[in-house]
Design a protein around this ligand. Structure first.
Ligand SMILES: Nc1ncnc2c1ncn2[C@@H]1O[C@H](COP(=O)(O)OP(=O)(O)OP(=O)(O)O)[C@@H](O)[C@H]1O
Ligand SMILES: [Mg+2]
Length: 342
C-alpha cells in the first residue's frame, strides 16, 4: 500500500527502516537515483554530511528536517532539496521518509530572471546616460549655442524613442506570456495583412535601396490575432532590410502546404529571404533568446533591442505555428513561418 502511494509521487522518495536501511525506493527514486540503493544503509546511499545529520536527528530526536543534496551521475549534477520526516514503523521502530525535490529548474529560472533584469537595466541605462549627458551640456557649455541645441535635442529625441521602443517590446512580451494558452479565434486573411504591412514598410526599404518582391496567392485564411501577425511581419521584414544587402532585394513568398507534419494538417508558409550577411550556424538556435544579437554594435546602431525574434517566436507559438531560420553566411538568410490554415 505505502509502496504504491510513494510510486504515485513525481518526486523521488526513500523510506528508511528502523535499522537505517532503504526499504522502499519509489519509481522516481529508482529511475533518478538508481535501483542499487534498495537494501543499503542510508549512510552509504546519501554520503553527504549536510543530509546525514538531519536523518540522524530524525532517528534520535524525532525531528523534521530539510537539507540540500547534490546527486551526481556521470557529468550531470542535480541539486535536490530533501525533506526528512520521521514516522513510526508498524514494527515499533522509527522509520524515516526522505522526499527529494529537484531544484535544477528553480535554479535555471532564477538565473534567467537575473540575466533578464540585468539586460533590461543595461539597455535602459545606455540611452538614459546619453540623455543625461545632453542635458548637462545644454545646461552648461552649449547654453547659448542655438545650433548645438537643435542637434542635441534631435539626439535626445532619438534616445527617448529607443527607450520607448524597448519598453513597448517588453510590454508586448509580458502580454504574450499571459496569453500563451489562449489560441486566437479571429479569421484573418494573410494576403490582406501582408499587403497592408508591405505598404507601410516599402517606403523605408526603398530609402535603403532595398526592393521587396512578393509572390502571393489570392486568399490565405488563418485563425489569428491580426495585430500580432503585423508584428511578426514587421520584425522579419525590418530584419531583412537591416541585415540584408543594401542596395538589395527581399523575396516574400506565401505558399500553401497540403499537409504539414508537425502541425498535422494543411498550413500556410510565409517565407522571407534576403541577400545579406547571413548568420553563422552556431548563432541560429539562440536568435530567439531575449536580447540575443549576433553583432550587438550593428543592431544597436540601427535602433535594435534584440527582442524582435523573441516576440516573433512567442506569437508563432501562440498560433500553434512553427518558425525556421536557415542561412548561408555571406549569401543571405531565409526565415519561414508556418501557420495552421483555417
Ligand atoms: N535576416 C537576418 N540576417 C542576418 N542576421 C539577422 C537577420 N535577422 C536577425 N538577425 C540577427 O538576429 C539578431 C536578433 O534579431 P531580433 O529581430 O531579435 O533583434 P534586432 O533586430 O537586433 O532588434 P529589434 O528587432 O528588437 O529591433 C539580430 O541582432 C541579428 O544579429
Ligand atoms: Mg529585429
Amino acid at each position: 500500500m505505502i509502496e504504491s502511494i510513494l510510486d504515485a509521487l513525481l518526486e523521488p522518495a526513500l523510506l528508511l527502516d528502523g535499522a537505517g536501511r532503504v526499504v522502499i525506493a519509489n519509481a522516481s527514486a529508482r529511475e533518478r537515483l538508481g535501483v542499487w540503493v534498495i537494501g543499503r544503509s542510508y549512510v552509504s546511499v546519501l554520503r553527504q554530511p549536510a543530509l546525514l545529520s538531519p536523518v540522524e536527528d530524525a532517528y534520535a530526536k524525532n525531528d523534521d528536517g530539510v537539507a540540500r543534496f547534490i546527486h551526481s551521475s556521470g557529468e550531470v549534477e542535480t541539486p535536490f532539496e530533501v525533506r526528512v520526516t520521521p514516522m513510526s514503523g508498524g514494527d515499533g521502530t522509527r522509520h524515516v521518509l526522505l522526499v527529494f525535490r529537484d531544484l535544477s529548474e528553480v535554479h535555471a529560472g532564477e538565473s534567467m530572471r537575473r540575466d533578464f533584469v540585468a539586460n533590461v537595466s543595461h539597455e535602459l541605462k545606455t540611452p538614459l546616460t546619453a540623455i543625461s549627458g545632453f542635458i548637462e551640456t545644454l545646461q552648461g557649455p552649449a547654453r547659448d549655442d542655438a545650433d548645438a541645441r537643435t542637434r542635441f535635442l534631435g539626439m535626445m529625441a532619438q534616445e527617448a524613442a529607443r527607450m520607448n521602443r524597448l519598453v513597448g517590446d517588453l510590454l508586448s512580451l509580458s502580454r504574450l506570456e499571459g496569453q500563451s494558452r489562449k489560441r486566437p479565434t479571429d479569421m484573418v486573411d494573410l494576403i490582406e495583412v501582408v499587403t497592408e504591412t508591405l505598404r507601410t514598410l516599402q517606403p523605408g526599404a526603398e530609402v535603403e535601396g532595398v526592393e521587396i518582391v512578393s509572390d502571393l496567392p489570392d486568399r490565405a485564411g488563418v485563425l489569428a490575432d491580426r495585430d500580432q501577425i503585423v508584428q511578426v511581419l514587421t520584425n522579419l521584414i525590418e530584419n531583412a532590410v537591416k541585415y540584408g544587402h543594401q542596395p538589395g532585394r527581399i523575396a516574400l513568398t506565401l505558399k500553401h502546404v497540403a499537409r504539414e507534419p508537425v502541425i498535422r494538417g494543411p498550413a500556410w508558409r510565409l517565407i522571407i529571404r534576403d541577400d545579406g550577411v547571413g548568420i553563422a550556424p552556431e548563432h541560429i538556435p539562440r536568435l530567439t533568446e531575449r536580447f540575443y544579437r549576433v553583432d550587438t554594435g550593428r543592431s544597436r546602431a540601427q535602433g535594435g533591442t534584440g527582442l524582435g525574434l523573441a516576440i516573433v517566436k512567442h506569437i508563432v507559438n501562440r498560433h500553434r505555428g512553427r518558425m525556421r531560420i536557415e542561412s548561408v553566411p555571406g549569401q543571405g538568410t531565409t526565415v519561414s513561418i508556418t501557420l495552421p490554415a483555417a
